[in-house]
Each structure stands twice: as C-alpha cells, then as structure tokens.
Design a binder for this molecule. Structure first.
Ligand code: PLP
Length: 389
C-alpha cells in the first residue's frame, strides 16, 4: 500500500471505527512520519545534533501553539501532558492556611486529588461551585462565593465524562474582576473548539497533545499569562528554566521557566505537525465537524430504547456518554470492540464529584473526530442496537 503522508485529513489507519479521540486522537500519517524521520535523523547524526538541525521547527512550535491559543509565544510552555503542566503551575501558587480553592463539579479527578492534597498540607479548603440546571458551573452562585480568601478558581472546561461545556469565559470575567487566579483545564477543548486565552481571562490553560490535537503521547502545552509567570516561581528549577550565570541562577523571563531541559524531540516534532495541521484545517471547522458527528451519534443512541444518554449542557461537545440498561459499561466496550468499534469507559475516579452527584459509577464514552465517517457512526449505532437487544 502506498501511503500519502501529506493527506489531510488522512484516512484512518485502523480497520475499525475509532471513537476514543477524548482518550487519544488518532495521529495523522504526517505526524507519524515526521516523528519517524526525526528518529532516523537521531540515529544517524546523534540526538543533540538532530535537535540542532530541527531548531527552527522546534522554536516555531511555540509560535504555532501561541496562534492556537491566541497568545504570544513567550507565554507558552511545552509539557509532557495535561497534568504535568497543570501541576507545575499550581505548584507555583503560594497557598496558605485558610485559603479557599474553588472547583467546578466536573473537575478532573487528578486535579481534585492534587488540590485536596494541597489543602491538607497547608490548611486550605476545596469548595465545589454548585451547578445550574444544565450541569454548568452556576455563575450567580460562584459570584456569591467570591471573597478575599479565594486564592484559586480551578475549572475543567469540558469534562472527561460527557458533552458538557462550562462557561469558561464568564468564569474568567469573574476571576479577573475579583483578581483571583484562574487555572483552566482545557484537556478536552484544545483542538476540538477555538480557544482564545485573552477572551477566556485565564492565568493558566493546559492541554495535552494527544487528544483532540491528534499529537503523540507525552506532549502537551500550557499557556501562562505574563503576569502569572512574572509573579510565580516554579517549585523546582533546572539549568534550562533558570540558567546559571556564574554560580547564580536567573529564572527565565518567559513561560519556559516552567519547563525543564529534557524532552522527546521526535514527539515534539510530531506535535508541531499536529498543531499546524489543526490550524490549517481551521479549528472552527473541526468543531463543526466533530459536533455534527456527535449529534448524529446522540440521535442514533436516543433511538435505541435500552440506551440512556448522560450528557449534560446546552451545547454539547464531541464527548458522548451513555449506558445500556442492565449491561455494564465494561461489557459494552468489550462487545463494541468485537464489532470493530473503539470506545472508552469512564469511572468515578476521572470526574468524581460529578459522577457521585449524579449517582453514576461508570459510563461508556464515544468521541468521534473529523476522520469519523457516516459508516463509522452507523457501525457504532448498529453494534449498540445489537448489544441492547
Ligand atoms: C479534562 C481532563 N483533564 C485532565 C486529564 C489528564 O490529562 P493527562 O493524562 O494528559 O495528564 C484528562 C485526561 O483524560 C482530562 O480529560
């Protein structure tokens, strides 16, 4: 088979129907080929030499990421995934006894655990912002919760367990008006919907490369507002984030003070290709395509009598959550896999506050992308029909 690595969007490399873009999007052939080429280069000339040969591409990555998020390149730090960036930024905040930390009900479980850990260590409290009837963060109740003790608002924009889209920009406006640090987990948003950090009003925004951007695993990016990086010092530094001048270190004056020196350069090269490809496809058009496919999936699932949809929100994203009455999500996933359909199962640990508030233990999650065809959607729906019958 002759593979056209430049095809965009590329045909799927799998025989099956892939509905796990919210876990890890399928990398395009051009991403894979750029990475493989770089590995070959490393094996021929040495890793540092290969990185030097690609130095322009690597510095362009910050430009492309800035374009993607609507910020300057010096406000971008590259990370190893969502959590690695998020933890580095949160770790730089100086929490103290009595501080209040506000989270949305759909907060990513890893973030919630980390914030509880900080709260236990310093004597702060983590409080959950109540939801409105759509499951979104309730802006009125958030406004009423704000006082001088609120040190941080941490919001997961689009949760891992369904189609909800939180009003991230409205939360940002409240945070800005009250001078409260606002950290936005955009793991499920970047690459799926247009993002503009200035409009969002966040201090920090994090995203992995591997999900909607369809980059490789082990990549990610983080926006750090200029004022945030000027006022916050990472817990740990190295000779990259804080170069030594003589025997004194000098913290970098950009967001890269939150990076360290070592990285998988091949993955970064692939990540750069993935970001540029998303920008070329146009994120607005990606959003329309993904949402339209998600709607087809939802409509198909709704027509099956033993299926329940669990998505919250008014406008719903490309993450579809459902269950089949009487059959465990794990079994549904396994049976769909036999039918050539990949989906994911999400348990309580990923979105503990929301799952427990709604009495959910596990859900099946389907997440299409622009490469998802009508035939893929039909295959998923037919397979769920069979399972449900
Ligand atoms: C909303 C959200 N936040 C954070 C994460 C964790 O991302 P990572 O595994 O890149 O650290 C995920 C992963 O699925 C997620 O969906």
């Amino acid at each position: 088979m002759t593979i056209n690595f430049n095809e965009n969007p590329p045909p799927s490399l799998t025989d099956g129907s892939y509905f796990n873009s919210a876990g890890a999007g399928l990398m395009s052939r051009s991403v894979v080929s750029a990475m493989v080429d770089h590995l070959h280069l490393e094996s021929m000339m040495g890793s540092y030499e290969a990185a030097a040969a690609k130095s322009q591409d690597l510095s362009d990555l910050y430009l492309a990421a800035g374009q993607l998020l609507g910020c300057d390149p010096d406000e971008i730090a590259l990370t190893g995934g969502n959590t690695s960036g998020w933890q580095t930024a949160i770790g730089a905040i100086n929490f103290s006894h009595g501080d209040r930390i506000l989270v949305g009900r759909s907060e990513w479980g890893g973030n919630y655990a980390a914030l509880l850990h900080i709260a236990h260590r310093v004597g702060a409290v983590v409080e959950v912002i109540p939801c409105n009837e759509f499951g979104e963060v309730c802006l009125e109740q958030l406004r009423a919760m704000l006082d001088s003790r609120v040190k941080l608002i941490s919001l997961t924009w689009m949760p891992a367990n369904g189609g909800l889209i939180n009003p991230a920009a409205e939360v940002g406006a409240l945070a800005r008006a009250n001078d409260i640090t606002y950290v936005l987990d955009a793991a499920q948003a970047v690459g799926q919907i247009p993002v503009n950090v200035r409009q969002l009003g966040c201090d920090v925004l994090t995203a992995p490369g591997r999900k909607w951007l369809r980059g490789p695993r082990g990549t990610g990016l983080m926006y750090v507002r200029r004022r945030f990086f000027q006022q916050h010092v990472p817990v740990m530094i190295d000779q990259y984030s804080a170069p030594l001048v003589g025997l004194k270190y000098q913290l970098r004056e950009d967001a890269r003070r939150f990076e360290t020196s070592e990285a998988c350069v091949a993955a970064r090269v692939g990540f750069g290709v993935a970001i540029r490809s998303a920008l070329t496809s146009d994120i607005g058009s990606i959003q329309r395509n993904v949402f339209e496919r998600a709607e087809r999936v939802r409509n198909g699932l709704l027509s099956i009598s033993h299926v329940r949809l669990h998505d919250l929100g008014r406008v719903q994203s490309g993450l579809i959550s459902f269950s089949v009455i009487g059959i465990s999500p794990g079994v549904v996933k396994a049976r769909l896999m036999e039918a050539g359909v990949n989906v994911a199962v999400n348990g309580i640990a990923f979105t503990p506050l929301d799952m427990q508030a709604r009495g959910l233990i596990e859900i099946v999650r389907a997440s299409p992308h622009i490469h998802t065809s009508d035939a893929d959607v039909d295959r998923l729906i037919r397979a769920v029909e069979l399972i449900a019958s």
